[in-house]
Design a protein around this ligand. Structure first.
Ligand code: MLC
Ligand code: AMP
Length: 506
């Protein structure tokens, strides 16, 4: 099939990446940009103003040197958890230039959630903007502030040593067991993932991105930051999603692009300044389904056709609506350069399976989970159910994995259920997603109480707050006499989803 962007690729086959990118690390690809035209602006934040490519090259080399001289060896893990800032990005790049593996962690994680990641990834240093966050979990772990070491003299050797096969990122994602797994992404996976969208979206060094996505997930980090650095473009970093700040930043800095999750677009579409998005060259939506009516409403109010794309922690970006061609509401588009997609089992509808240079090759220290994630012939099983239109456009029509997506964040029911059943009044718990116009889905808990016990909803909320980051906490809690289970005692998830919908208020 002739994809809309294939004419622009050096080779539309599997070996489409230019040789220097295919054989180099992420940091080597960025370094070429930094030396090309060093005075060009790279990143902006309110407290720093514009930082140039030269500034970034220098500070990140210094951070890499200070990590190395502080005992960080190639392959060591560096946990990074901080609000979006230039310093955070500098530490991320510095750790990669030191040859370390960055473990990005949500800033709202509780000690319970942090404890698992620390025990599993065994980081040697943590970059935190709240230095005491790990006090109860890993009191002896060395903690440095974001950007720390950036003022030192850059070293002359010992950095920029990672090659394409070396691990670069270890983000955590849950699954049916409820115990989050580390996803080992190598430099070459991240280069391929970022280069694919840079190519497909015609992202150039003239582009300027308004970036308010959190920088501890693939969307903000692997696409927003890595794509900016690879394209040689620039980014305006905002610490949170705030519509007025987005419109102001876009106008003041003459931005050309905005990336967001559907919840952000659902808020922007009703904003009195929404038409200002129409001044941008490109708006991209991902991380969760963009409802077709929201897509159409955005076009009506801005004149812009949002590009919806489909990605995943394990694969960076997979499928996208085209830049030059039909951006189809309700569809995620066509496989990105280098990516192959098929329907498992070969039917009309089924689990989407993927292959390509962007796809990871294993979970951290979890050979069983790794084996389960791939088919015998080496394709990654996404757990997303898809169909294909006659002209090749993919649609995601469901999920075969147990997953709730709320505001673009993933919630694995088992993880929340495990917390709920620890509560003394709860005998059994099941968690489902209730459809919601703003959040996509909201987390709903259905519980059976211990004999004679009653649920104090405020107290249960506090119990969850102490153990779960905000987006995983149940918004709705229903008490029932029994949960829908099959003859084997297993929860019947579709019946549970229906129950959650029936019990939803209104
Ligand atoms: C915040 N809250 C959420 C929530 N985010 N609840 C459920 N789901 C969420 N996603 C809570 C807050 O703690 C608060 O609780 C209440 O909701 C209202 O808060 P808010 O101020 O309205 O929320 P806000 O801070 O504006 O956050 C909304 C958001 C945020 C959409 C900006 O959720 C967000 O940044 N989402 C982006 C997620 C993302 O980057 N995903 C990429 C994953 S990578 P209370 O109790 O205090 O009232 C991936 C691969 C790919 O999926 O394809 O990209
Ligand atoms: P994560 O593991 O956080 O990277 O989330 C990846 C999951 O987000 C995918 O497996 C999909 O279920 C979902 N996802 C990402 N983009 C889209 C999209 N455009 N439409 C529907 N689901 C999406």
């Amino acid at each position: 099939m002739d994809l809309p962007w294939s004419a622009h690729l050096p080779d539309p086959s599997h070996d489409w990446l230019p040789a220097d990118l295919a054989t180099g690390s992420l940091t080597a690809a960025w370094a070429r940009r930094w030396t090309e035209d060093p005075d060009r602006p790279a990143l902006w934040a309110a407290d720093r103003g514009w930082v140039t490519r030269r500034d970034l090259e220098r500070s990140t080399a210094a951070i890499a040197g200070s990590l190395r001289s502080g005992g960080v060896a190639p392959g060591d893990r560096v946990l990074v958890s901080a609000a979006s800032s230039i310093e955070l990005v500098e530490s991320h790049i510095g750790a990669l230039r030191a040859g370390a593996v960055v473990v990005p962690v949500h800033t709202g994680y509780t000690e319970r959630e942090l404890g698992h990641v620390v025990a599993d990834a065994e980081p040697v240093v943590a970059v935190l903007d709240e230095p005491d966050r790990l006090a109860g979990v890993a009191p002896d772990l060395r903690v440095v502030a974001p950007g720390s070491g950036g003022d030192a003299e850059p070293p002359t050797d010992g950095i920029d040593i990672a090659g394409p096969d070396d691990p670069a990122l270890l983000p955590y994602t849950s699954g049916t067991t409820g115990r989050p797994k580390g996803v080992v992404l190598r430099h070459r996976n991240l280069v391929a993932g970022a280069a694919a969208v840079v190519t497909a979206w015609r992202w150039t060094d003239a582009d300027r991105l308004v970036l308010c996505l959190p920088l501890f997930h693939m969307h903000g980090l692997g696409v927003g930051i890595h794509g900016t650095l690879l394209s040689g473009g620039s980014a305006v970093i905002l610490p949170r999603f705030e519509p007025e700040a987005i419109f102001d930043a876009a106008a003041e800095h003459e931005a050309t692009m905005f990336f967001g999750v559907p919840t952000m677009y659902s808020r922007l579409v009703d904003h009195h300044r929404v038409a200002e998005l129409g001044r941008l060259r490109l708006c991209v939506s991902g991380s969760a389904p963009l409802p077709a009516d929201l897509h159409v409403a955005l076009t009506d109010r801005t004149g812009l056709r949002v590009i919806e794309r489909y990605g995943m922690t394990e694969t960076v970006m997979n499928i996208s609506n085209p830049h030059d061609g039909d951006r189809r509401p309700g569809a995620v588009g066509l496989p990105l350069p280098g990516v192959e997609a098929r329907i498992g089992g070969g039917g009309e509808e089924g689990e989407i399976e993927l292959r390509g240079p962007n796809v990871f090759d294993g979970y951290w220290a979890r050979p069983d989970a790794t084996a389960d994630a791939f088919t015998d012939d080496g394709w990654f099983k996404t757990g997303d159910v898809g169909t294909r239109d006659a002209d090749g456009y993919w649609r995601i029509v469901g999920r075969s994995k147990e997953l709730i997506i709320s505001g673009g964040f993933n919630v694995f029911p088992r993880e929340v259920e495990d917390v709920l059943v620890e509560h003394p009044a709860v005998a059994e718990a099941a968690v489902a997603g209730t459809p919601d116009a703003e959040w996509g889905e909201i987390v709903t808990a259905i519980v059976v109480t211990e004999a004679g016990a009653t649920i104090d909803h405020d107290e249960l909320r506090t119990f969850c707050e102490e153990r779960l980051v905000n987006y995983k906490r149940p918004r709705l809690v229903h008490v029932v006499d029994s949960l829908p289970r099959n003859a084997m005692g297993k929860l019947v998830r579709p019946d549970l989803d229906a129950l959650a919908r029936d019990l939803a208020p209104g």
